[in-house]
Design a protein around this ligand. Structure first.
Ligand code: ATP
Ligand code: MG
Length: 438
């Protein structure tokens, strides 16, 4: 059963009373039937865009895509897309229909949609309109093209990626003839703009366990930089990373680790990812590089790892006790150096990627993540800007202005992090004298 959104119900009611056919359609019907809460409710109707605008009044309407029949209408403080029933004309570019035709029947509109689970409509009067067996496919966990798969993928190759994206999102199987057509026609993906490919790839990678859906042939077209051997090696790592859109940089780093820092930058730039996403993924690859085991934990400090809490009765000289582990001084140094370079969120992503790459060290990475959080919350000094002295203090103490100032501040920070002296003004100024003398 479908628990209808109130705003959508209100809009349907207005359309029906004006004599138009109208339904909620697509993702919201699918998600409702799955027992999930839809993130938006799309409507379709026999009313033409102009009639929709007249019915609801121009001040409530945004002409989102009039040529495709879409008007966005404000209702109960939310926005709803209302699209006129339409079919699509011929496709000559493998992506965009040359024209759209408005039609009176919802079934014709459903026939242009990509997957059976996305091709259902609903209203309270008629119930579910499901001409392609979408509900049965939802129940058996299958994604299947509407109509003849070859034809539908030839019309619009983006549907090939959407197929894998939706299958991954719900952990569904792919109908075999649909999968076969997708793989045969995947070269057509080169007609699709990189922005759309990036969007689908991002959603695919955010799924709970995408590895089984990272099809070698299809990835070969959209990510030619990645060899099939590297893909095979990356798959279990990708699944071991946390899911969800907020963890996309981790999943991308896991997938593209073999390209190295420069390689991942180039590839993500080609896909027109945002600069923030490129930077974050590249940092993760930089920190994880060589994770065949050589890297993480103290690749720059020579120190390493947390130890289990029980190592005899001996209490280590300087210690931070976390829930499960006692952290060695070297480990704290490593965490502070990371926090000096990156923010807490990035450090925790480094730990998450580390866990995915080296599950046998999961406890170490959990300790790193927790320690970083504690250091950050306590405001423990990890950066030059957190030192108890600044450049002006150094000049007042007789250090000549110039690039030497920065160098001395960094040397002071290093000493603070290694706990050679506390982050206190007097101690730091004394250390400056020593540094100047040496
Ligand atoms: P999501 O929750 O990810 O938004 P959705 O089903 O709403 O899922 P959209 O990409 O927003 O997906 O598309 C809305 C609907 O439009 C789909 O359910 C599908 O019926 C149809 N659709 C979208 N893109 C295509 C396409 N390329 N070819 C055919 N139908 C499509
Ligand atoms: Mg949607």
């Amino acid at each position: 059963t479908i628990r209808m959104d109130e705003g959508a119900a209100e809009l349907l009611d207005t359309l029906h009373r004006a004599g138009y056919a109208a339904y909620v359609v697509g993702g919201c019907v699918r998600d409702s039937l799955l027992g999930l809460t839809p993130h938006d409710w799309d409507l379709c109707t026999s009313a033409l865009p102009q009639q929709v605008t007249e019915l609801f009044g121009a001040q409530r309407c945004i002409p989102t895509g009039l040529q495709h029949g879409t008007v966005t209408v404000k209702q109960s403080g939310a926005l709803y897309e209302i699209t006129t029933f339409r079919t699509e004309g011929t496709y000559t570019d493998g992506r965009h229909p040359d024209e759209v035709h408005f039609v009176p029947d919802v079934r014709e509109d459903l026939a242009r949609r990509d997957l059976t689970i996305n091709a259902m409509a609903y209203n309270e009067k008629e119930g579910l309109v499901d001409p392609f067996g979408g509900q049965a496919d939802l129940q058996s966990g299958i994604v299947r093209a509407v109509g003849v798969p070859r034809q539908r993928f030839t019309e619009d190759a983006l549907r090939i990626l959407r197929l894998y994206r939706f299958a991954a999102r719900f952990g569904f199987a792919i109908d075999p003839p649909t999968a076969q057509a997708a793989q045969e026609l995947c070269a057509h993906l080169d007609c699709v703009s990189v922005e759309r490919i990036e969007e689908e790839l991002a959603k695919l990678l955010s799924a709970p366990a995408p590895a089984a859906y990272l099809n070698e042939k299809i990835l070969g077209v959209v990510l030619p930089e990645l060899s099939s051997e590297a893909l095979a090696a990356a798959k279990p790592v990708v699944d071991a990373c946390p899911a969800g859109a907020e963890n996309l940089p981790i999943r991308l780093a896991a997938l593209l680790l073999s390209l190295g820092e420069d390689g991942i930058r180039r590839t993500l730039k080609r896909l027109r990812c945002s600069n923030a996403l490129i930077e974050e993924a590249a940092v993760l690859v930089r920190e994880a590089r060589g994770c065949d085991g050589s890297f993480l934990f103290g690749h720059d400090s020579g120190h390493s790892i947390a130890r289990p809490i029980a190592f005899g009765n001996r209490v280590p000289p300087q210690r931070t006790v976390l829930r499960e582990t006692t952290v060695t001084p070297g480990f704290t140094i490593y965490a502070r150096r990371l926090l000096g370079r990156y923010n807490l969120c990035t450090v925790q992503r480094i730990a998450a990627l580390g866990t995915a790459l080296q599950p046998e060290r999961a406890a170490d990475f959990a300790a790193l993540s927790e320690l970083a959080e504690q250091l950050d919350a306590d405001g423990v000094c990890c950066r030059v800007s957190q030192l108890a002295v600044n450049g002006r203090d150094l000049m007042a103490a007789g250090v000549p202005a110039g690039p030497g100032i920065r160098k001395i501040l960094e040397a002071l920070l290093d000493g603070v992090i290694r706990e050679e002296y506390p982050n206190e003004r007097q101690a730091l100024l004394a250390a400056v004298q020593q540094l100047a003398a040496s």
